[in-house]
Design a protein around this ligand. Structure first.
Ligand code: NDP
Length: 507
């Protein structure tokens, strides 16, 4: 697709002229300059329909319910999925329970580790196919699913494969044991990666699983079941049930689940916690966020611009730890706004399968409506909106990269999670004011600090109420680093030793 430029293309100006402000002319893509389309053509091998994956077999839902899965990039149907009800979920738990009693709990850690290694390698073998399926199903740009989602998912299986026979070293001085059966529910923004975050540590710790992917993005979960079959994972060790919220509720509340792990919205997380109160189930909740990305005047500004752009526009902003509030020191606020606008103009919005695309499709029509509604509220409440004038595809769900300046703490766009490509910019004068504003939110998942001073980074990191604080970078993930929140962003950790411990009982 072609994007239109705000200004005519010109030769690249000198560094000095670029820093002069909005009048500086930039080489921007548009009607005069354009990439040729570079569509990814690998076959994603998506079946015309998928059953529920229970006891190593794909089988239809007992009542025969199905629902379509469509591609948000072009609104075409990709496949039909089975709609699991409470009886199907019960069958999945029975399979998990049998697998745990008869097979999985009897395997030594090094044998469990071998399965995890196999899964990781098979996923690497089929990486391209998985990347295409993920972009088609979820709308994210192929370069992200290819270079981030799929390799990071494989890395999670490799990392936890290494832990499976070393659980004696997980909690020094203590013995650990699996919970037995765990129930898991995941959202639509990183379908395969969230699956790996949930499945790999649970299996390494010795548990069996019933998991529900999100309604709009179940395809890579079902494709991963083919990998489980290929890896020879014993029947019933992992069971995948597809469906909507009621299916998720049945997974969370099943009496056989000793531990439940949920990733999704704070609202649904709270409802699950209320419904499970008093059941004695161990819980992990990875919920929403409204991160502050804080830029001081002494920061490397060019690098910070890249970090801010990545922080908010990565995966269309469908990222729980997105740097959705930019707190910029007042002395550099105008310069930063100019730089951001220029950088945004070179972002390419469009077909998720085009290798040139930076910002793909919004995951669903409902999410597009929510983003549009919150952006309207920002304008109505007096913030100043800038959107890149790109041409959006006529079919599919798309939203232009957007930034709001003149945002105040009371605006909805500064308080509510937009979960889209929309940045809210606020200013501060002193580090104390930055901390106060950054922490003035119900959430506490992540934050970013950009400054030249190491001592300031350490001080800020110790005062920011966020589970993850990145310094002079943003959105960096590694299987060995624990990730999780404070306050309404949830509790428990995923990744690293701490994440693995959340799948173990301490004896
Ligand atoms: P939801 O909370 O609506 O859904 C998450 C998952 O829960 C989906 O699989 C959903 O099913 C299922 N679900 C819905 N209702 C229930 C219920 N009553 N009981 C059990 N399961 C239920 O969130 P979204 O899918 O809309 O995801 C976006 C949200 O997730 C954002 O707020 C984001 O911040 C958060 N998130 C947090 C992350 C973190 O690590 N902290 C990571 C990723 C996202 P269905 O799809 O059928 O509706």
């Amino acid at each position: 697709m072609k994007t239109s430029a705000t200004k005519p293309a010109a030769s690249r100006p000198s560094r000095a002229s670029r820093s002069r402000g909005p009048s500086a002319r930039e080489l921007i893509f548009g009607d005069l300059w354009e990439f040729d389309p570079a569509p990814e053509t690998a076959d994603p091998h998506i079946r015309s329909s998928y059953g529920l994956f229970i006891n190593d077999k794909f089988s239809p839902a007992r009542k025969g319910g199905i629902f379509p899965s469509i591609s948000p990039g072009n609104e075409k149907k990709l496949t039909d999925l089975a709609l699991a009800d409470a009886a199907d979920v019960d069958a999945a738990y029975s399979a998990a329970s049998k697998a745990y009693e008869k097979v999985w709990s009897k395997l030594p850690g090094n044998e469990r580790g071998k399965f995890l290694y196999r899964i990781a390698r098979l996923l690497q073998d089929r990486a391209r196919e998985f990347a295409v399926a993920e972009s088609l199903d979820g709308g994210k740009p192929i370069k992200e699913s290819r270079d981030f989602d799929v390799p990071t998912a494989a890395a999670h299986f490799f990392y936890h494969a290494g832990w499976a026979d070393k659980l004696d070293h997980l909690a020094p001085g203590r013995q650990v044991a699996p919970y037995g059966i765990v129930g898991q529910v995941i959202p639509w923004n990183f379908p395969l990666l969230m699956l790996a975050w949930k499945i790999a540590p649970a299996l390494a710790a010795g548990n069996c699983i019933v998991i529900k992917p999100a309604e709009t993005t179940s395809i890579t979960a079902l494709k991963l079941c083919e990998v489980f079959q290929e890896a020879g994972l014993p029947p019933g060790v992992v069971n995948v049930v597809t469906g909507a919220g009621e299916t998720g509720a049945a997974v969370m509340s099943h009496p056989l689940a000793s531990k439940v792990a949920f990733t999704g919205s704070t609202e649904v997380g709270k409802a699950i916690m209320r419904s499970l109160a008093g059941t004695g189930k161990k819980m992990t909740m990875e919920l929403g966020g409204k991160a502050a990305n804080i830029v001081f005047e002494d920061a490397p500004l060019g690098q910070a611009v890249e970090g801010i752009i990545n922080g908010i526009f990565f995966n269309q902003g469908h990222v729980c730890c997105a740097g959705s509030r930019l707190l910029v020191q007042e002395s550099i606020a105008d310069d930063m706004l100019t730089r951001l606008k220029l950088r945004m103009q070179s972002l390419r919005v469009g077909d998720p399968l085009d290798k040139n695309t930076d910002i793909g499709a919004i995951n669903s029509k409902e999410q597009l409506t929510r983003i549009s509604e919150l952006v309207k509220s920002g304008v109505a409440e007096g913030a100043e909106l800038y959107q890149t004038p790109c041409r959006l595809p006529s079919k599919g769900f798309y939203f232009p990269p957007s930034i709001f300046s003149k945002v105040t703490q009371s605006h909805r766009i500064a308080r509510e999670e937009i979960f889209g490509p929309v940045l809210s910019i606020l200013t501060f004068r002193t580090p104390e004011e930055a901390i106060e504003k950054a922490n003035n939110t119900a959430y506490g998942l992540s934050a970013g600090v950009w400054t030249d001073k190491g001592s300031r980074i350490l001080k800020m990191a110790s005062q920011l109420k966020a589970g993850v604080v990145w310094a002079n970078t943003y959105n960096k993930f590694d299987p060995s680093s624990p990730f999780g929140g404070y306050k309404e962003s949830g509790f428990g950790r995923e990744g690293g030793r701490q994440g693995l411990l959340d799948y173990c009982k301490l004896l």
